[in-house]
Structures are given as C-alpha cells and as structure tokens.
Write a protein that binds this ligand. Structure first.
Ligand code: IMP
Ligand code: MG
Length: 182
C-alpha cells in the first residue's frame, strides 16, 4: 500500500513492503550468524527504534535489548562527530555479544564515536547493523556489518527517521525532494 499522495512533497524511496522483506532477510542472516548465542541489541535512539522493533521480531534466537540515547552535533549540513549521550545503557555490556542497531550511517562520525565508547566497556564482540547506508557521504573509516539498503545522497525521513523531529511515523522511507546533499 502506498499513501504518498497525502504527502506530496515527499517521494517514496523504500516502500514499507520492501523494508519488511529486507528486515526479514537481515533477521535470518543475524540469527544464523549468532546461532547458539544471545546477542545484546543496543538501539541508538531515537531513529532506530522502529527498525529495532521489526528486526527483533525477525530473529529466531533469544536476544536482549538496551538503548543508548544520543544527540549528534551538526556543523553545517554534516555531523561533527561530537556526540552527547542523553541516555546511557541500563546494563553492562562487558563480555556480551553487542549488536548496535542504527537507522543510518552517513559520515560515520557518530558510529566511530560510539564504537570507542562501547569498546571501552569490553564487549565480547561489537557489530553494527544499520537499516540505511549512505556510502557516498562517508568521512571516516567505519562500516556496518549488516546493511539493509545502500541509498544515494538524499536526506531521508520515515520509519523512525526524522527531519526536525517530524515524519518518524511514516511507514516507508521517503526523501525530501530537492534536499540532495543535506
Ligand atoms: P553520521 O554521524 O554522519 O554517520 O550521521 C549520524 C546521524 O545523522 C544518523 O544516526 C541520523 O540521526 C542523522 N542522519 C544522517 N543522515 C540522515 C538522513 O538522511 N535523514 C535523517 N537523519 C539522518
Ligand atoms: Mg541516529
């Protein structure tokens, strides 16, 4: 189903059915990779919560969850890499098989910072699953272990992602027309 006519300024990039199919595949891959283990999913708020809710329901193994709240400082149109933790983890990740769940990897600066913070707590393993990856925008050497979709350099909203806290509710991923390079 597609209700894009009610949001004329937003073009659908990934439909909810495309997303659902891909999240199912990611769930299967992660379940097979972590077979016999219990991954600890750490969702990065707020953008990743919808993706994480769908992902965990596509896992065929037990997983525990926690959330990290962060605020990335944006300099101009791009993330500065300066990150403020607004909600810390509730439980220790020491010795755990941590799988960070992100909405989007853009310049990579936010994840580079998180990687440093999380590694310092000695997880047994640390991996990243991101729904979206804007590879063309990467400014630092980080990459995700699991990627839902590679997307072009457009500013996207929906399925948890926002523009000034708006549009998180949209069931599909849409882009702001003429917002290329934001
Ligand atoms: P990075 O540090 O440049 O990788 O960007 C990290 C954060 O910027 C993401 O977790 C998002 O919160 C935000 N972001 C980057 N690109 C987009 C986008 O196209 N739409 C919405 N948020 C974005
Ligand atoms: Mg984010």
């Amino acid at each position: 189903m597609n209700d894009s006519s009610s949001e004329p300024s937003l073009e659908v990039l990934l439909s909810s059915s495309q997303i659902a199919a891909r999240v199912r595949e990611l769930g299967e891959k992660i379940s097979s990779d972590y077979q016999g283990r219990t991954p600890h999913l750490v969702g990065v708020l707020k953008g990743a919560w919808i993706f994480m809710a769908d992902l965990i329901r596509n896992l065929s193994l037990e997983a525990t969850v926690d959330f990290l709240g962060i605020q990335s400082y944006v300099a101009g149109a791009t993330s500065s890499g300066e990150v403020k933790i607004t909600k810390d983890l509730d439980v220790s990740i020491a010795g755990r098989e941590v799988l960070v769940v992100e909405d989007i990897l853009d310049t990579g600066r936010t994840y580079l910072y998180l990687q440093g913070v999380l590694s310092a707590h000695h997880p047994k393993s640390l991996r990243l699953v991101t729904l979206l990856d804007k590879t063309a925008r990467r400014a630092v050497a980080v990459q995700a272990d699991y990627v839902g979709f590679q997307i072009p350099d457009v500013f996207v909203v929906g399925y948890g992602l926002d523009y000034n806290q708006q549009f998180r509710r949209l069931p599909d991923v849409r882009y702001l027309r003429n917002a290329v390079g934001v």
